[in-house]
Design a binder for this molecule. Structure first.
Ligand code: NAI
Ligand code: PHE
Length: 353
């Protein structure tokens, strides 16, 4: 994606001289509400790839909120950091980022994502920026979003199992989870509790070893997990993993996971359809964390209300699969159509912070 082909509203960029980090805040759409999305912190090969990631992820947030029928707009922040940033320097950077959010005065609200935690949200909010969700409960926030996202992915896996086998229960199904981080680990716990046959892959050997000891899950190599024979392949790591190279090698009945931007390009949804792999669109499946945390913190939802909203992801996915079948299109195209209809209609009348 280039600046010219991006359909977003605004890019805000800062170079942080103290650390050499680059901050990119991509505001994609305020059509349904204030742009809201996580802050991703990682090392990128160059500033253009950081910018591109922010733009793509912000657009995905627009579709995520719309598909979930939630009154927020699409935005995302990327903090591209140099290798080996020390803890003190990182904290200073987060504070200066908080000052930038305060300056934006409500044009962007954020939460956690890859490379950031609830404790980081506490630091960002210390500058006085009130635009930070997902702080720790001790600081008045609703905590991390990972387990909520995992609950939504679990609901999506149930819908996928129902489609493939006529029974929503993942019990006895072989499920391969790529990435055992905040979302992946919480999901693996749920799947293990429901007696699925889970295999997990993560380059962080300690993370998967702990899951093997505690839950008895099988550990497989990150390199081989894409080709592993299974009922459902569950991407919970980084984006772009479904592409012209990997789709022909998939050995699963379905793909349903949390990772943002799983399809490398617009044709990959059709390639999956052509290969007979049921693809559950990422931005439908992974909305649980954003919806629950923002619902609790900005709309005053109870935990029970949030749980109902997140479980509803299973029903939304069912609608998307029906729509795709009826119109003989890819599930990704069907989900986009559903979201675009909501974008055209505008926000439902619900108060937001
Ligand atoms: P995380 O950073 O906690 O976990 C990611 C895990 O993936 C790490 O353990 C990492 O070692 C592993 N990993 C990296 N490369 C891998 C590879 N090649 N093969 C296997 N594992 C690999 O991130 P988190 O929060 O769990 O998010 C995972 C994905 O889900 C990201 O794409 C994120 O944007 C997306 N997501 C997260 C949400 C949340 O609530 N945390 C909400 C919606 C989407
Ligand atoms: N990382 C979340 C996502 O990609 C974004 C988010 C988390 C937004 C928490 C708000 C609150 O969906």
């Amino acid at each position: 994606m280039t600046g010219e082909s991006w359909t977003g509203e605004e890019l805000v960029e800062r170079f942080d001289r103290e650390t050499g980090a680059r901050i990119v805040v991509a505001l994609h759409s305020s059509r349904l509400g204030p742009p809201t999305g996580g802050t991703r912190m990682k090392t990128y090969p160059g500033e253009e790839s950081a910018r591109r990631d922010a733009m793509r992820l912000a657009e995905a947030m627009t579709y995520k909120w719309a598909a979930a029928d939630f009154p927020r707009g699409g935005g995302k922040a990327v903090i591209a950091v140099p290798h080996g940033l020390g803890a003190a320097a990182r904290n200073g950077l987060l504070r200066r980022y908080g000052a930038l959010l305060a300056e934006l005065s409500g044009r962007f609200y954020t939460g956690g994502d890859v490379g950031t935690s609830s404790a980081d949200m506490d630091v960002i909010a210390e500058t006085g920026a009130p635009y930070v969700f997902s702080r720790t409960p001790g600081r008045g926030g609703a905590g991390g979003s990972g387990s909520w996202t995992a609950l939504g992915v679990f609901a999506a896996i149930e819908t996928v199992c129902e489609r493939l086998f006529g029974d929503p229960s993942p019990r006895g199904r072989r499920i391969v989870v790529q990435g055992a981080g905040k979302v992946g680990a919480a999901l693996i716990e749920r799947l293990a509790a429901s007696r699925a046959r889970v295999a997990a892959a993560d380059p962080d050997a300690d993370a998967v070893a702990e899951l093997r000891e505690r839950l008895g899950v099988e550990v497989i190599s990150p390199e081989a997990c894409l080709e592993e024979p299974c009922d459902v392949f569950v991407p919970c790591a980084l984006g772009g993993i479904l592409n012209a190279d990997t789709i022909p090698r998939l050995n699963s009945g379905a793909v349903a996971g949390a990772a943002n931007d799983q399809l490398a390009g617009p044709d990959d949804g059709m390639s999956l359809l052509g290969r007979g792999v049921l693809y559950a669109p990422d931005f439908v499946v992974n909305a649980g964390g954003a919806v629950a945390i923002t619902g609790i913190e900005a709309l005053g939802w109870s935990v029970g209300r949030a749980e109902t909203a997140v479980r509803a992801i299973g029903g939304t996915l069912r609608r998307v699969l029906d729509l795709a079948e009826a119109s003989r299109t890819s599930t990704d195209a069907a989900a986009r159509r559903l979201a675009e209809e909501r974008l055209r209609r505008g926000a439902a009348p619900q108060a937001g912070r």
